[in-house]
Every structure is written in C-alpha cells, then in structure tokens.
Ligand binder design. Structure first.
Ligand SMILES: Nc1ncnc2c1ncn2[C@@H]1O[C@H](COP(=O)(O)OP(=O)(O)OP(=O)(O)O)[C@@H](O)[C@H]1O
Ligand SMILES: C[C@@](O)(CCO)CC(=O)[O-]
Ligand SMILES: [Mg+2]
Length: 383
C-alpha cells in the first residue's frame, strides 16, 4: 500500500508578519512542490519501526513502534495542538537521533512529522520518504508544504475520504477533507513556527491566489499575469525567530506597530481589489502593474520598519531599482527570497541583465509558475 502526495510552496505578495497580528495578506501558490511517499509495512517486510527518509539531505531516521507507542499514551484523532507533555515526548524522540549539527534546523520538521504521523495513523510501521523542490527556510513556504503534503498522505487512507480526479492519476480532496488536511497541517506548522497565521498552509492546501485574514479567506484568479522573478539570497533564516522578533517589537512599540499593521491591512485590501477587478476595465494591465509595483515598494518599507530586512535583501532592492523594477521580500524575511515584478512589456534583454547582475552577487534567480492548484495525492506511483 503506497500513496504519494504533493503540496505547493508559496509566495506572499503582501502582508507577511502583519497577518500574524490580524492584518490581511495576499499569497499565491507556486509550481514547486514537496512530495511525500507513504508506504505501510506488510508482514513480509518484517519491519516494526517508523522510518523517515529525507532525500535532499540523505538523512534517514527510524523509531521502534513500541517506543512511539510508549511516548504517546493518549492521542486525539481530530486536529489537536501538541500539548507540553507530548512536546517533551517528541523532544526525547528527536534528541536520540543525533541529527548532524549542520542539519539541526530539520529537528522542528521531524518533530512535526512525529506529531502528525502518530496523531493521524497511530502506531503502524511504515516508511515515509520526503523530497522537496523548494529551498528550505527561504520564505517559499517549505515548512507549510511539508506539513500539508504529510497530512494529505496520512489522511488519504482514512475511511470516508472523497476525491476528485485531476490529471495523470493525481486526485484532489473533497471540500470537507481538504479542510481537515489544512487543519492538521496548521498543527504541524505550529510546531515549526510557534505562532503561524495559517496563511502558508492554507495557500498550499487550496492553491490559487488567496486573500487571507485570520478567520476569513477569499480565493481569486488574478486578472493580471503577475510574472515574478524570485531571487534567493541564500541567507538562511528561521521563520519562528523572525515572527517572535516582530512580536517583541510590537510589545516595545504597541502604538506605532498598530499603525504599521493597519497600513499593511489597507495595502493588502487594495492589492486584492486590483487583482480581482476584471481587465480590461478602466485600468489596463500596465496601469495595474504600476499600482502593484507601488504597493510592493510600500510593503517593503513597512517590513523594514518591522525589523525583518537584511543586507542582502537591500542589495537585491538596489540592484533591481537600477532597472526601474520594484521588489519586496517574501515570507518571513531576514534573508531568504525576494520578489521582483516583471511587467508584461519588459524586454527579455532587461530581464537577462538584471538576473546576471543579481547572480554575480551570489544570488540565485528563477521564475516560478504562479497560482496553480493545491495539494494532490496519487495512489498509482511508486517512488
Ligand atoms: N522537506 C522537508 N523535510 C523536513 N523538514 C522540512 C522540510 N521542509 C521544511 N522543513 C522544516 O521547516 C523548516 C523551515 O521552515 P521555515 O518556516 O523556517 O521556512 P520556510 O517555510 O521555508 O519559509 P517561510 O515560512 O518564510 O515561508 C526546516 O528547518 C525544517 O525543520
Ligand atoms: C511571516 C509569516 O507571516 C509568513 C511566513 O511565510 C508567518 C505566518 O504568517 O505564519
Ligand atoms: Mg515556514
């Protein structure tokens, strides 16, 4: 019995960090995925353990099922936050792995895996293989797509799950089941991020472009092509620490930060109406692109005032500005990835020049497809 799932990464077009404090944010899925293959052991495998293989790092972790069973005496089968007691049990299971220091960031992902696996599937021996096309810890939602793909593969075998056929053997979940995948993924994100808003797992689960505010969600198709250059500064950072840093700044300057978050809310609402308004209407695509560029610049300024920029992000901004292109960081910032809008009428020569200049600084540039579908599963492929 084997199932494979895939869940997309994301870019945040406006509103990261402020969304954690109740502002609206706009995000889109991208066509880079995390894949999870889940295979339950059969009696002939003679395997009484749970194995997790992480392909990119060539790491493999394994726990005897008896050890996992003893660690979690009582688990709820509905989406539940990991209690302090269970978090301690997970920490002990992860500590025993002796994860190499260079890969220690993976400990939170492995913890989320243990929580989701044990809660959803209980104590069955299995092998889980994870591969990802996303750079980890770079602002493209690697943690959320990992949690969504994991929750999807784990829920695919539960009774009464319904699917729609998509393409080439890939299936998508029915509405109710998709929300269950999303809720479990959010519990995994809490283990990795501490205080996530839920936007990353929601856009990874549902796909498309979403306008998100705690408790409310609008799905949309953009009326503007939205071609974005993504520049990875390759500076590693950690979303949990950056989110905590903004929270601390808010405690130090509550009045100022309330204005900053409110400005971001207005900005995201304006972006939502630009993206939603049909073209052609009174605004042409070029006029819409100019408005989006201005909003990106303003959002970047507000992100700087939250303290989540980085010297490398400033270098990307200054470089793209030389070519009159607008950029903003995406995701948690502190390094990671920067978005640059490539207007429809921009010549290929300019794109080549700006990419060459950014790459000469040691950054990596690419263009990803925006706004595709969300999580899918496939029962017919072997990894
Ligand atoms: N494929 C994966 N395998 C194992 N762990 C993963 C994987 N992808 C992400 N993770 C976990 O998520 C962590 C990175 O999450 P983090 O939220 O800091 O960055 P991100 O999700 O890439 O960026 P952002 O949250 O800004 O979009 C990794 O250090 C690891 O613990
Ligand atoms: C920084 C943040 O706003 C987005 C990370 O992609 C965190 C969150 O919303 O959970
Ligand atoms: Mg993340």
């Amino acid at each position: 019995m084997e199932v494979k799932s895939r869940a997309p990464g994301k870019i945040i077009l406006s509103g990261e960090h402020a969304v954690v404090h109740g502002s609206t944010a706009v995000a889109s899925s991208i066509d880079l995925y995390t894949y999870v293959s889940l295979r339950f052991s059969t009696p002939s495998d003679d395997q009484d353990s749970l194995k997790l293989q992480l392909k990119e790092t060539a790491l493999e972790f394994s726990w005897p099922i008896t050890r996992i069973r003893a660690s979690f005496p009582q688990l709820s089968s509905t989406p539940t936050s990991c209690s302090v007691e269970n978090a301690k049990a997970i920490a002990a299971l992860v500590q025993d792995l002796n994860i190499p220091e260079a890969n220690f960031g993976l400990a939170s992902g492995v913890s989320a895996f243990l929580w989701l696996y044990s809660s959803i599937q209980g104590f069955k021996p299995a092998t889980v293989l994870v591969t990802s096309e996303l750079p980890l810890g770079s602002g493209l939602g690697s943690s959320a797509s990992f949690c969504v793909a994991l929750a999807a593969a784990l829920l695919a075998y539960t009774d009464s799950v319904s699917f729609h056929v998509n393409h080439q053997g890939w299936l998508s979940f029915g509405e109710k089941d998709l929300e269950l995948v999303n809720q479990w993924a959010f519990e995994g994100e809490k283990i990795i991020h501490g205080k996530p808003s839920g936007i990353d797992n929601t856009v990874s689960a549902y796909g498309n472009i979403i306008s998100f505010k705690l408790g409310s969600l609008t799905h949309m198709k953009s009326s503007v092509p939205l071609k974005m250059l993504i520049t990875n500064t390759k500076v590693g950072r950690n979303t949990k620490a950056l989110v905590a840093g903004v929270g601390e700044r808010m405690l130090r300057h509550p009045d100022i930060m309330a204005f900053v978050f409110s400005a971001v809310d207005s900005l995201s609402n304006e972006l939502t109406s630009i993206l939603k308004s049909p073209t052609p209407d009174e605004l042409s695509v070029t006029e819409k692109e100019q408005k989006i560029e201005e909003l990106m610049e303003m959002n970047e300024g507000l992100l700087q005032s939250m303290g989540v920029s980085h010297a490398t992000i400033q270098t990307v901004l200054q470089t793209t500005l030389k070519y009159k292109l607008a950029s903003k960081l995406t995701g948690a910032g502190g390094g990671g990835c920067v978005l640059t809008l490539l207007p429809t009428l921009l010549s290929g020569t300019v794109v080549d020049k700006v990419v060459a200049e950014l790459e000469s600084c040691g950054f990596q540039c690419f263009i990803a497809g925006i706004g595709g579908g969300g999580v899918e599963i496939n029962f017919g492929v072997s990894s």
